[in-house]
Design a binder for this molecule. Structure first.
Ligand code: FES
Ligand SMILES: [Fe+2]
Length: 408
């Protein structure tokens, strides 16, 4: 049994995904038939090269974005039982996320309050958290429970020496943390419904709590984190950069975009849309919902299919700043969705490796090279965003706003 709270218990009900998908398909078919291809912004826009290369901007992003904004760490199925755990190091402070005895999600700094050791090193479930240095132990609420040779600590108040909590929240099968310890002005509970805003009914409909994690890799890239993230947020490049890989089965440039406050979604059309173009809607063959979801500030997750074309999977990429403004790391995770036609985990893992190779060899090749060139751009140099690069415009505008600038 999983302890994910039912979306309907608090917050808005899920939208009707079948009806939603049909209306998305209509829009895509209309774009192909009419030759308009893509939803477009009213006009192109620009962004300063320094938005990517300025170390001071990165520091502002670390402080006001990566420590203040709820970050997705996984889905409820990954923390099904008390003692299940997720380790999350990418945001800066190492964070430990657990399912408590009461079924709640709790998150702590992965830091032993005795002498500062990293407390937990693996994801083996356990009801007690035991430090490998001197074996202090903690329960799933982070309370200090045991200390070998306790006489040596006589007079010490245990209550003051539990784990350091960081905010956590769970809703609709999604688990979030914030990378800033709970304290004055930092509540322990994240209001996930509030953070998702108008995207909540959509995410609730995706039944994300049922996802099963198959593979995860950490992929470093010598580029700014936003340059790398941008490669996941537009389809303009697909027909060119991915001409020998991803683009073979896609209609070039065809996409619809939907915006939900901070969060976004886009969907393109595979060549299997040919079957929809040829017949009336009443005779359209059944196709699975397919879309890429962009969750502010750093995550995209695609509802797509494994290479067999039938197994429903979710392919997620999360970008984080690395040590410097020109380094980033990516958490790349592939999940299997439940379904009668699901392929074995090994097949999904093979798909995970194939997608990672495309991202590494194609998208991140560009991100690395762009970084090398951009650092030498003259002062005031501005890059251009086309009318179909709308997600980039919106996400960069929000990052600029949160870091105290009117725009980039
Ligand atoms: S540092 Fe953890 S028990 Fe000593
Ligand atoms: Fe790409």
């Amino acid at each position: 049994m999983t302890h994910s709270r039912e979306p309907s218990a608090v917050g808005p009900p899920p939208l009707d995904l079948a009806a939603e998908w049909r209306s998305m398909q209509r829009r895509l078919v209309e774009h192909i038939r009419a030759g308009t291809l893509c939803d477009l912004d009213p006009e192109p826009s620009e962004i300063e090269a320094r938005a990517f290369t300025d170390p001071a901007r990165l520091e502002a992003e670390r402080e006001h974005v990566f420590r203040d904004v709820p970050l997705l760490v996984g889905f409820s199925g990954e923390l099904a039982r008390p003692g299940d755990r997720i380790l999350f190091d990418a945001a800066g402070p190492p964070i430990l996320v657990v399912r408590s005895e009461a079924g709640e999600v709790r998150a702590f700094l992965n830091l032993c309050p005795h002498r500062g050791s990293r407390l937990v090193h693996d994801c083996e479930p356990a009801r007690r958290l035991v430090c490998p240095f001197h074996a202090w132990s903690f329960d799933l609420e982070g309370r200090l429970q045991g200390m070998p040779f306790a006489r040596a600590f006589e007079g010490l108040a245990r209550e003051g020496h539990g784990l350091v909590r960081v905010p956590a929240g769970e809703w609709g099968g999604m688990i979030f943390v914030r990378a800033r310890p709970v304290g004055p002005g930092v509540e322990a509970e994240i209001d996930v419904v509030d953070f998702l805003g108008p995207a909540a009914p959509l995410f609730a409909a995706l039944e994300l709590g049922r996802l099963e994690r198959v593979a995860q890799d950490v992929l470093p890239v010598a580029s700014n984190w936003k340059l790398a993230l941008d490669t996941f947020c537009e389809v303009y490049h697909v027909a060119v950069l991915h001409r020998d890989s991803l683009s073979r089965n896609l209609y070039p440039q065809v996409a619809i975009f939907d915006h939900y406050g901070l969060h976004h979604r886009y969907s393109g059309a595979g060549l299997d849309y040919q079957a929809l173009l040829e017949r009336p809607e009443s005779e359209w063959p059944e196709m699975h919902y397919q879309a890429v979801h962009a969750l502010f500030p750093n995550t995209t997750f695609a509802f797509t299919h494994a290479l067999d074309g039938a197994t429903p999977v979710v392919s997620m990429f999360q970008l984080f700043p690395g040590e410097s403004v020109g380094e980033a790391i990516t958490l790349a995770t592939t999940y299997r969705r439940p379904g009668a036609d699901a392929a074995p985990a090994e097949q999904v893992a093979a798909m995970h490796r194939t997608v990672l190779a495309i991202v590494g060899d194609e998208d991140y090749w560009i991100a690395r090279e762009a970084w090398q060139s951009l650092v030498h751009a003259p002062p005031g140099f501005r890059l251009v965003l086309g009318r179909s690069e709308t997600l980039l415009r919106r996400m960069h505008a929000e990052l600029a706003r949160r870091t105290g600038r009117a725009s980039d």
